[in-house]
Design a protein around this ligand. Structure first.
Ligand code: NAD
Length: 356
């Protein structure tokens, strides 16, 4: 049986980094004797230009039929002034909603060789390896009523038992494959919705006695991520808090070009780098492909449960960085500057070297 991957390269540097992802999947499928079937679709500005909508129903249906979706990035100055529902980003929301991707997973891991390039002290960073599990389809971003008039603005922060249970289970299950520690982040000292969140998380925890659970207020969590990020294993949190905390966690790896993500639902999965379409370097073969290649590693882990393949890709990235190879965004004196294609080739070579 082949594994169906829907490729949505998108705009700007999206096609360049998705090409890199395909090269890595090809390499791994040869090594592990796996079969992949690829399809491609347009998303974002390129879809608007061709079809008048940021994603067509046909492309959406193909995503629904796929085992996994790999997305590059969408957007750019050309489409910025369009009305909200025509903007390239509207396609992302539609896609996440249609695929019911309720869990957003963002690893915050320090590659030892890059520890010196962050704005945080390297001894604070070294050894950091945690994952933010953010609830993605509920909470204040979706609650109703919402709106504003001349005198007032309002939103509704709301979670159902079902929504908290499924994301909490997801975090506990994930922690079982890692350090068996979950920190649930809320604001239960002020928000009723957070009190409810905390209550349900503790109920679900009873099914996972081998996992250590602690609660942390979101303001403290923001400080602790910067002060002592090594203390965390899995950070479980709601949509709004996760949005903010996962960006703070981005400081850990030093560059946007290094940060992968997975958005998972019951039946679907989408893998994408955190970064945008980087119009300033698009089409110049300068983009760092590591975020997308690391997203492919997540695909092998989460969707195919092939942890060996996932680890092999991770190790190849690590080896490449340790060897002093850098794209422009992470370049420093004394390292070797590579373009997108050269960086991809170096990672492929290291996959071969590690596995042979
Ligand atoms: P951006 O992430 O595209 O770029 C920010 C900076 O980081 C730029 O200097 C860029 O060159 C650099 N950068 C980003 N990814 C890189 C990579 N892989 N390698 C090297 N350098 C990299 O953010 P932005 O400039 O705020 O947004 C540009 C466009 O992307 C906008 O239209 C925005 O709406 C869109 N966007 C899309 C997504 C997405 O598709 N998920 C996410 C964020 C922004």
């Amino acid at each position: 049986m082949s594994f169906k991957v829907m490729l949505l390269p998108g705009d700007g540097i999206g096609p360049e980094v998705v090409d890199a992802a395909v090269c890595v999947i090809d390499k791994i499928s040869n090594k592990f004797n796996l079969k992949f079937e690829f399809d491609r679709g347009l998303i974002g500005g390129c879809s608007l230009d061709q079809f008048g909508v940021p994603i067509t129903d046909e492309t959406l249906n193909k995503c629904l039929m796929a085992d996994a979706v790999i997305l590059g990035a969408v957007g750019g100055p050309k489409w910025e002034s369009l009305q909200h529902n025509l903007k390239p980003e509207a396609a992302l929301l539609k896609l996440r909603k249609s695929l019911e991707l309720f869990a957003n997973i963002r690893p915050a891991k320090v590659y030892d060789s890059l520890a010196d390039s962050s704005t945080l002290k390297s001894d604070v960073l070294r050894g950091t390896d945690f994952v933010v599990v953010r609830e993605l389809t509920g909470g204040v971003y979706f609650g109703t009523p919402r709106g504003f008039d001349d005198n007032r603005g309002w939103n509704t922060m709301e979670y159902s038992r079902y929504e908290v249970e499924r994301i909490a289970r997801h975090a506990f299950e994930l922690s079982l494959t890692r350090g068996k520690r979950v920190t649930s982040v809320d604001k239960a000292n002020v928000l009723d919705c957070s009190q409810f969140w905390r209550k349900i998380v503790h109920e679900i925890h009873k099914d996972y006695p081998e996992v250590t659970l602690n609660d942390m207020y979101v303001d403290n969590a923001a400080m602790q991520i910067v002060r002592n990020p090594k203390q965390f294993d899995v950070l479980l949190t709601s949509n709004l808090f996760g949005d903010i905390l996962s960006d703070i966690s981005g400081i850990i790896t030093g560059s946007l070009g290094m940060l992968p993500s997975a958005s998972l639902g019951k039946d679907h999965a989408l893998y994408e780098p955190i970064h945008g379409s980087a119009p300033d370097i698009a089409g110049q073969n300068k983009a760092n492909p590591i975020a997308t290649i690391a997203s492919v590693a997540m695909m092998f882990g989460y969707s195919l449960k092939n942890y060996e393949a996932a680890a092999l890709i991770e190790k190849a990235i690590d080896k490449t960085l340790s060897g002093g190879y850098r794209t422009a965004d992470i370049f420093s004196q004394g390292t070797v500057l590579l373009n997108t294609k050269e960086m991809t080739q170096m990672i492929l070579k290291n996959i071969d070297e590690i596995s042979d």
